[in-house]
Design a protein around this ligand. Structure first.
Ligand SMILES: [Zn+2]
Length: 187
């Protein structure tokens, strides 16, 4: 009895398994069959749907509402992501072009500052911007007229040659403050 029962179970099981495998292997055929069946039984299916709806309309209305809310939320989410992506892309691209421009500018400025420095240091004699005194280029100081610490730029337009004495007394003053304070007359 046990053996028989088991055999029966196994054969039902293996039949089900075979059907399942057939469905996977013939997915297109299976879809066509289902479609054909639905087409043939259209009226019966519709009548059943209407019957179920009539029995519990609120349940189906709620289902419709739930689906609508779910679809709406999914749409909003994807729209939000799309907008965020676009915004992030625009911000990244603006940042990149600013960075590239700054890098190009700083390369030009560095080259200018280096050239100014080399030229001054290799000159036999240069005149101090503040006192006018002549010093050899090798001992001269390159001064930031508006000190870097006061927001001055590391650019040629903000550079001048100074004798060590003037430059040390100038300290953190701007060139205007130094020229106006009388300190440069103390030489
Ligand atoms: Zn000087």
């Amino acid at each position: 009895m046990l053996m028989g029962g088991q055999t029966k179970n196994m054969s039902t099981e293996s039949k089900r398994e075979a059907k399942r495998r057939w469905r996977i292997k013939n997915a297109d055929k299976q879809r066509a069959l289902t479609k054909a069946w639905a087409e043939k039984n259209k009226d019966r299916i519709n009548a059943r749907v209407r019957e179920r709806y009539a029995l519990n309309p609120e349940k189906y209305r709620q289902k419709t509402r739930q689906k609508r809310d779910k679809d709406r939320a999914a749409y909003n989410k994807s729209e939000r992501e799309r907008r965020n992506n676009a915004k992030a892309r625009a911000m990244r691209s603006a940042y990149e072009s600013k960075r590239r421009a700054a890098k190009a500018l700083s390369a030009i400025e560095c080259a200018g500052v280096n050239e100014y420095f080399q030229k001054t240091k290799s000159s036999k004699s240069v005149n101090c911007y503040y006192c006018g005194g002549a010093v050899s280029g090798s001992v001269s100081h390159i001064d930031h007229m508006v000190p870097l610490a006061r927001g001055g730029a590391h650019r040629v337009e903000n550079l001048c040659v100074a004798c060590p004495s003037c430059n040390l007394r100038k300290g953190k003053k701007t060139h205007i403050e130094f020229l106006n304070c009388g300190q440069m007359l103390l030489i």
